[in-house]
Design a binder for this molecule. Structure first.
Ligand SMILES: Cc1cc2nc3c(=O)[nH]c(=O)nc-3n(C[C@H](O)[C@H](O)[C@H](O)COP(=O)(O)OP(=O)(O)OC[C@H]3O[C@@H](n4cnc5c(N)ncnc54)[C@H](O)[C@@H]3O)c2cc1C
Length: 285
């Protein structure tokens, strides 16, 4: 009888750990991924902002397991599972030939997750995420193209529009992303353009669903909670407020990024905020 066959779907954080733990076990492991590399997702925002190159956050799966003779890597897209037959249905990637079915004794599925646009799926077309390498590279080319377009633009108003960046989501990734953008605008691109001053690029950081600003307490639980129009970073931190976590606020303070908290629940609010209308709560220096 052959050795126990373990099939792991996904070479991300979860799948990689599963295979690393099994590589000395008396089993045959097959790792299936639609990409031939492991992506270090926590740094994709750095690729999206041009601070790192793609090669610095990707690691070839075959290279990682080259010494582990019981581990086989298969480049394929998992199209379906047949749990009764204990088989995966595979699809070819980049026209690479692949067996259509792959049997297993034990199956580990670690295929990751998708972005949620929190009921605003129409934003998907305009706002690429930074979860995959492809989407991070798409964001990077859009960002750098915006500086180029601003440089080519004769009208000052239109230049300002190109240099207005909006990051929705004030968690650690949003703040890091906005901070890196500010760094690129203020330092990396310094002196490289003739018509525009990249350091004048505006970075607005915003977000939140279910609340329309920063309150003294959770307004859902405390109807008498007071809404602030504006707060300094230090006031926010000393009051121990909870709309964004303290790390995000401290990072925004370090990057000197004003944060505007407003509700994403009402259509059109985001456009008003970008246009300069005072909505929600501003947290600033
Ligand atoms: C910008 C950013 C910053 C982050 N920062 C942190 C942090 O600081 N700390 C932290 O703990 N976490 C952080 N995370 C979250 C962390 O990266 C994820 O939780 C983690 O990558 C999830 O691992 P996973 O194995 O579940 O999925 P993934 O890493 O997404 O891997 C899934 C794999 O499955 C493959 N796959 C999916 N579907 C198929 C299919 N049908 N066929 C074949 N292959 C398939 C994909 O190609 C991929 O390789 C961050 C995430 C992002 C995007």
């Amino acid at each position: 009888m052959g050795r126990h066959r373990v099939v792991v779907v996904g070479g991300g954080f979860g799948g990689l750990q599963a295979v690393l733990k099994l590589r000395r076990a008396p089993v045959e492991v097959t790792l299936v991924d639609r990409r031939n590399f492991h992506l270090f997702q926590p740094l994709t925002y750095q690729v999206a902002t041009g601070a790192l190159s793609a090669g610095e956050i990707t690691y070839p799966l075959r290279g990682i397991f080259k010494r582990d003779r019981n581990v086989r890597v298969v480049l394929a897209d998992v199209a379906d599972f047949d749990l009764d037959a204990r088989e995966l249905h595979l699809r070819s990637v980049s026209a690479v030939p692949v067996a259509r079915r792959l049997g297993y004794d034990t199956l580990v599925v670690a295929g990751g997750s998708h972005y949620s646009y929190f009921g605003h799926d129409e934003w998907r077309t305009y706002a690429a995420g930074v979860k995959s390498l492809e989407s991070a590279l798409a964001v990077r080319s859009r960002l750098l193209a915006a500086f180029e377009a601003a440089e080519a633009e004769p009208s000052a108003d239109a230049r300002d529009e190109w240099l207005t960046f909006v990051v929705v989501g004030a968690g650690p990734t949003g703040v890091e992303m906005a901070g890196t953008l500010a760094e690129i605008a203020q330092h990396t691109l310094e002196g490289e353009f003739r018509r525009i001053d990249p350091s004048s690029a505006e970075v607005l950081l915003m977000g939140k669903q279910g609340v329309d600003g920063v309150y003294s307490a959770d307004p859902h639980k405390h109807p008498d909670a007071i809404k602030f129009d504006d707060l300094t970073y230090d006031e926010y931190l000393s009051r121990n407020l909870k709309v964004a976590d303290a790390t995000a606020i401290s990072m925004a303070r370090d990057y000197k990024l004003p944060m505007i908290f407003f509700s994403l629940d009402t259509d059109g609010t985001i456009v008003k905020v970008v246009a300069g209308e005072r909505i929600g709560t501003t947290v600033h220096a």
